[in-house]
Write a protein that binds this ligand. Structure first.
Ligand SMILES: Cc1cc2nc3c(=O)[nH]c(=O)nc-3n(C[C@H](O)[C@H](O)[C@H](O)COP(=O)(O)O)c2cc1C
Length: 176
């Protein structure tokens, strides 16, 4: 089995999860930052499963991920992401659903994982100011709610859940 991990990460949270996925995988594997991907330099055909990692930017996957995600066809995919807000409520579930919709329907999404990731320190003051101007903005509100809690993430528990996610996906794909 041949696997690829492509991830996008601005401040290192998603990279940490990507690395734990890589370390868990058996068989032939490659890991790449999405910033290294250009139009023709990844031959997706070579891989049995592709893990795709994004960070959440205003309620959806970041722009660099989206550009790559939209151009993948006919593959088995496993999605993973990190976000500043708590992942447990509807907000996290809605984000995972919205990210799935970015993909062409000819792909098969085998599973999806998301965990909290620390929000860059400098953003707190900026978000507080923005929320005063836009009190209806749920992305800012949810992040501020989760700001303090986010600072320890991704933690050991998140990493062990990512490891379990990886093992489940690899078992599913090898049974297919
Ligand atoms: C510009 C920007 C927008 C963000 N938007 C959201 C958001 O809408 N919802 C959320 O829960 N977190 C949001 N975050 C927090 C990040 O998704 C979170 O910190 C993530 O773990 C960053 O991943 P990285 O370290 O791999 O870059 C935002 C962060 C930045 C910098």
């Amino acid at each position: 089995m041949k696997s690829l991990i492509l991830y996008s990460s601005l401040t290192g949270n998603t990279k940490k999860i990507a690395q734990s996925i890589y370390d868990t995988m058996q068989g032939e594997k490659e890991i790449k930052n999405i910033s290294e991907v250009t139009d023709n330099n990844v031959d997706y055909e070579k891989y049995d499963i592709i893990f795709l990692g994004y960070w959440v930017d205003k309620g959806i996957c970041d722009k660099n991920s989206k550009l790559v995600f939209e151009n993948i066809h006919n593959k088995k995919l496993a999605l993973f992401g990190t976000m500043g807000a708590n992942t447990k409520g509807n907000y996290g579930i809605n984000i995972m659903d919205k990210v799935k919709d970015v993909f062409s329907k000819d792909n098969e999404i085998v599973g999806s994982f998301i965990c909290q990731g620390k929000i860059a320190e400098g953003l707190k003051v900026k978000y507080e100011e923005m929320l005063k101007l836009h009190p209806e903005n749920e992305h800012i509100r949810e992040q501020l709610k989760g700001h303090e809690e986010s600072q320890s993430h991704p933690d050991e528990q998140d990493v062990s859940e990512a490891v379990r996610f990886t093992k489940d996906i690899m078992a599913k794909v090898s049974d297919m």
